[in-house]
Write a protein of this length. Sequence first.
Length: 269
Amino acid sequence: MDNKTFYKFVEIIYKHSGIALKPGKEALVQARVAKRLRATGISDYNEYIEFIKKDEDELWKLIDVATTNVTHFFREPKSFDFIQKAVREWAENGQRKFRFWSAASSTGEEPYTLAIVLREALRDVWHKMNFDIKILATDISDTVLKQAMKGEYPEEKMKKMDKKILNQHFCCVNNNGMKCYKINQELKNMIVYRKFNLMEDNYPLKGPIDIVLCRNVMIYFDNPTRSQIVRKIHGIIRSDGFLILGNAETLTTEGDIYKSVQPSVYRKK
Ligand SMILES: C[S@@+](CC[C@H](N)C(=O)[O-])C[C@H]1O[C@@H](n2cnc3c(N)ncnc32)[C@H](O)[C@@H]1O
């Protein structure tokens, strides 16, 4: 792929997803675009670019392959410790309705971890109180959303999970001869999956949300995009609610609307 073609793809991907691919990512772009060329049977980059101008479906398939979806259960556990503590406090103060948003949920490990953490946090009072808990989990990629909705993970992915948690919240299933773990229906029912692009102008969520997790996605965006997104998120967080970012992400220019509580955790001002 020559430089000019590389930048054409960079521009398309940036415009539609906010993902800002920098010089040095030529091989990555080439490999990911190649997947779509194979799938469509188009052999020429420019012909493909003309094709996606007319075919919106294919444009979103390109965006889908451009995403990086790395995730795992209990990723960055300090954030989940924080959530557990906050939710216990809120419940002790009488709160029964909780709303969460996993804003780049990838293959589901993040929202399912959240569901497990909430279930564990409220274990002692779970059956006594009538909790109304909902987690909205969204991503731009149809491929990961499909996997997330299935809620089934190969044994390999579960090796590091605490055995007690694993036995309590998953059941063992056989998927074409492969041993997998499926999240229990009780936790699955807490989550609603939707396709959502963080670049959209309106965040059509029925706020207010207690905690928004927007983790390890803004590392792919540039500063103006990050700033726009965290400001839009601010609008749907309840007062004194929290925004949780990834460990490698910090807010630098939003001190007027968020207060840092601990690394990667921000309270809405
Ligand atoms: C590296 S994963 C992070 C998953 C999870 N939040 C975690 O921390 O483990 C980043 C996810 O962000 C999604 N993503 C990228 N751009 C997006 C956008 N504009 N809107 C919504 N999701 C996006 C990708 O599809 C991918 O699944």
